[in-house]
Structures are given as structure tokens and as C-alpha cells.
Write a protein that binds this ligand. Structure first.
Ligand SMILES: [Zn+2]
Length: 429
């Protein structure tokens, strides 16, 4: 009995110790009145070494994570720019504990098991990995492929979904991936929901029959698991190949692709946007490159799903438009309208545009690379950050109530893109 009590006490202490690294961290919302203020505020990211979750623009506030000891300095810097700040979360550790509790409680309430992965919680790598294998065993339209291993040796598996076993060369292929950035947990239900609608609960038969699908739910498994077990806001992979002074490791995989590599990203291993030692230095990005190259002749649409910001973005990250920029804009707007039609009122409408023009300049991004190698339609989604006013959950934090909705509404966007592809593909034939 004594032992049991001790164990309970110990696990309670461990639970409390979790997220200790975020104890006292403050989450600020920053509003800027003009472009000049925006530039000054966003420059604080490098000046103060802050984790800027979203950049402030004159039309939308930004969210910034600030360590407790830096809060006075940060506030003074904001005031000096003329911008305004508001504290969203006083102590981020408390909201992280709350997120754990909400997700655990939601997963206990879940009673849907029969052959599906529930949309009540955020599933871990092993569960998703096993699910992909189960689907391939159960459904003749599905095969599961390992693209290779992550830095730490986890299989990076993807599904191929096809009624013709990928043998009909007249069909277009659509590829969707999520979780290239570890902390963007809400993106996982988007790919899992697409799998559900293409395999388990088919409501749009034409999309299953006329298109071959490649779906890669966990593009960065090492970083993803680390964001569950250690550091919730981990973004990069866990590569130690570029380690500096035993402190900084990991590469931002979405800066590691071979398109303008190293020009609009960080060369510091300590940065969250560190681009690695060379294009495709990381196994995770090489795997995506290989999939794209293998299916290049029929791949018509590629979607890289991120969070957050309610955005649909297209290339290029340096502000130059691809030759079919207008088409990218049209398909992006159609997708955005399809999502907006069913989104929750509390979330903003999606915005659509070139990455550099409506977000910021970047290089080495996955969707830019895919666009540049000749895939007609390559877009990045930034899913909404659903903010529950009652519980302070914001930004990358997941409110379990939003999980299924995130999958559902994103699928509306994907469907709209898929139908565009069918029309576009046919008209080219
Ligand atoms: Zn991201």
C-alpha cells in the first residue's frame, strides 16, 4: 500500500515537473498600427532571441512567447515601438498542464474504436504508425510504405490510396503531409481525417476513384515525439549532426529543401529556423524529396499542412511568383472559400497569397521545392489557432473540442482542390 501511495505521489510530481521549462513564460499578443511598427516588433525575434509564434501585421496581431525574466525588457521594447501588447497567458506552464489534462480527459471519454482513429485527442507516433499498417491490412485500396528512417531511426510511413494500385497512369496524384514542424499538433487530425474520408467513411466516391493519393501524416516523427515527451514547443527535427556546444540541435526541416537554400533562413544551429548544413542534409527532407521525385510525372497537387494563422500560401518564399501564380491564387481562394463556409465563427476567414507577401520571406521550404521541380500546384496551409476564451488555450496549444472540426473543415479545402485538379487535369489531356 505504501509503495502504491509512493508511486502515485511520484507520478504526480513527475506530472508537475513536466513543462517546468515553461514555468513563468508569458504569452503576449501584440498589435501594430502600421508596417513600420510591425518591422520593429518582428525584429525583436532575433534581437531578444524570442519564439515569435506569429508575426504581427497591421491587420492581425502577433503572438510572442517570452521567458519570465525577459518580460520587463520585452514590454519596454514594445512600448518603444508604439505598438500595444496584451498578456494572453500569464504562466504558460499552467496552460500546458491544462492542455495535457484536457487531451487526457477527452481521450478517456472517447468510445469510438472500431477500426478508426478517434478525433478526440492528438495521437502519438506509435499509435498513428500502427493505424497506417492496420488500414493497409484491412483495405485493398491502401498500401503503406516506409519512405525511410528519421534521424533517430523511426520509420516515416505514408499511405498510398488508389482503386487501381497506382497503375493507372491517366490519374492525377495528390500528396498531403503534416507535422514537418513538430509542435503543430493540430495538423495531424487534418491528414488523419483525409485518410478517414478516402478509406473508412467514403462520401466523395469520385475523388477516390479518379485520383491516387499519397498521405504522410508525421513528416518529422523525432521532433513530434520530443514535443510530447520533453519540449512542447519544439519545432525542428532532432538531428545532432550540427550540434553546437551540446546545447543547440535540430534543423528546421522546412528550411532544408533545395530551393534558394540558405538565403532566407538562419545559419545558427541555435535558431528555430536553422537550415542545416546543406540542402537535404536531413533524412526527413530527403524522404519527401524522394517521394515527390518518384511520382513527379503525375503529381498535380501537393499540400504541406502547418499551423497556425488561417492562411493558404503559395510560392515562392522570396516573393517571386511561379509562372502559374494566378492559377495558384485561384485554387487557393477556392479552397479558402470552401473552408470558410463551414468554419467556426470564432475563427477568422482564411487569407490566400504568396508566402513572402502575406507572411514573411523564407527559403528552403518544402512547398517551394515541390513547385520549383514542376509540380503544378503546391500550397502550404496554416490551420487556424482555435482560441477558447474560457481556458486561455491559444496558438499551438490544442483544445480537444477543435480537433475533429480542424479535420473536417480542412478536408473541405482539400476536396475543393482535388476537384480543381480533376478539371484542370482533364482539360490538359
Ligand atoms: Zn510550420
Amino acid at each position: 500500500m505504501y509503495k502504491v501511495a509512493l508511486l502515485i505521489a511520484l507520478s504526480f510530481c513527475l506530472a508537475l515537473a513536466k513543462h517546468e521549462q515553461y514555468n513563468g513564460f508569458v504569452l503576449y499578443q501584440v498589435e501594430v498600427a502600421n508596417e513600420q511598427q510591425a518591422q520593429q516588433v518582428n525584429a525583436l525575434e532575433n534581437q531578444l532571441g524570442l519564439d515569435m509564434w506569429s508575426h504581427a501585421t497591421p491587420t492581425r496581431p502577433g503572438l510572442v512567447l517570452v521567458p519570465g525574466p525577459m518580460r520587463q525588457r520585452f514590454q519596454r521594447a514594445i512600448v518603444a515601438t508604439g505598438a500595444q501588447y496584451e498578456i494572453q497567458v500569464e504562466n504558460v506552464k499552467e496552460v500546458l498542464d491544462l492542455e495535457d489534462q484536457l487531451l487526457a480527459a477527452a481521450s478517456q471519454r472517447s468510445n469510438r474504436t472500431s477500426g478508426r482513429l478517434s478525433f478526440d485527442t492528438i495521437h502519438r507516433y506509435e499509435r498513428v504508425d500502427a493505424y497506417l499498417v492496420e488500414l493497409a491490412q484491412k483495405y485493398s485500396t491502401v498500401s503503406v510504405v516506409s519512405g525511410g528512417k528519421s534521424f533517430e531511426g523511426r520509420d516515416i510511413k505514408y499511405l498510398k490510396i488508389s482503386t487501381t494500385n497506382f497503375q493507372d497512369s491517366s490519374k492525377p496524384i495528390i500528396m498531403i503531409q503534416s507535422l514537418i514542424h513538430a509542435r503543430e499538433w493540430i495538423t495531424l487530425p487534418a491528414t488523419l481525417y483525409a485518410i478517414e474520408k478516402l478509406v473508412v467513411d467514403i462520401t466523395d466516391r469520385d475523388l477516390v476513384d479518379q485520383i491516387d493519393w499519397i498521405i504522410l501524416p508525421i513528416a518529422n516523427p523525432d521532433g513530434y515525439e520530443f514535443s510530447h515527451t520533453n519540449t512542447r514547443f519544439w519545432r525542428k527535427n532532432r538531428s545532432t549532426g550540427h550540434i553546437i556546444a551540446n546545447i543547440c540541435l535540430g534543423v528546421d526541416l522546412n528550411r532544408n529543401f533545395d530551393f534558394l537554400w540558405g538565403t532566407l533562413s538562419s545559419n545558427s544551429a541555435c535558431s528555430d529556423t536553422f537550415h542545416g548544413s546543406g540542402a537535404f542534409s536531413e533524412p526527413e527532407t530527403a524522404i519527401i524529396r524522394n517521394i515527390v521525385n518518384e511520382y513527379r510525372s503525375r503529381l498535380e497537387l501537393y499540400l504541406d499542412i502547418h499551423s497556425f494563422g488561417s492562411l493558404i500560401l503559395y510560392g515562392y518564399g522570396n516573393g517571386e511568383l511561379p509562372a502559374n501564380g494566378l492559377t495558384l491564387n485561384v485554387v487557393g481562394v477556392r479552397m479558402a472559400q470552401a473552408i470558410d463556409a463551414v468554419k467556426w465563427d470564432s475563427n477568422p476567414n482564411y487569407r490566400v497569397g504568396n508566402t513572402a507577401l502575406i507572411l514573411y520571406s523564407v527559403s528552403g521550404g518544402a512547398s517551394d521545392y515541390v513547385q520549383a521541380v514542376g509540380i503544378p500546384l503546391s500550397l502550404t496551409y496554416e490551420l487556424p489557432a482555435y482560441r477558447n476564451q474560457q481556458n486561455s488555450i491559444a496558438g499551438f496549444l490544442v483544445d480537444p473540442d477543435f480537433i475533429e472540426q480542424a479535420g473536417y473543415e480542412t478536408w473541405e479545402g482539400i476536396k475543393s482542390g482535388a476537384r480543381f485538379v480533376l478539371d484542370y487535369y482533364r482539360s490538359k489531356k
